[in-house]
Design a protein. Structure first.
Length: 59
């Protein structure tokens, strides 16, 4: 179960991306979570997916 609270979700997603997955798309597919919904929540707190670093980063 992934965290619902956006800041906890950010930490969870970035940990998974750093340690287990080569891309955000791969992670969402493997964990069966909505890419769009997850990205929307993280964008809502000012974090955006950066393909080059494979992390959500603040602007």
């Amino acid at each position: 179960m992934i965290p619902k609270e956006p800041v906890m979700l950010l930490s969870y997603v970035n940990l998974k991306l750093r340690d287990y997955y080569r891309s955000f798309e791969e992670m969402c597919d493997d964990l069966d979570i909505s890419l769009a919904e997850t990205e929307e929540k993280l964008n809502g707190i000012g974090y955006f997916y950066d393909r080059q670093s494979n992390q959500f980063v603040g602007k």
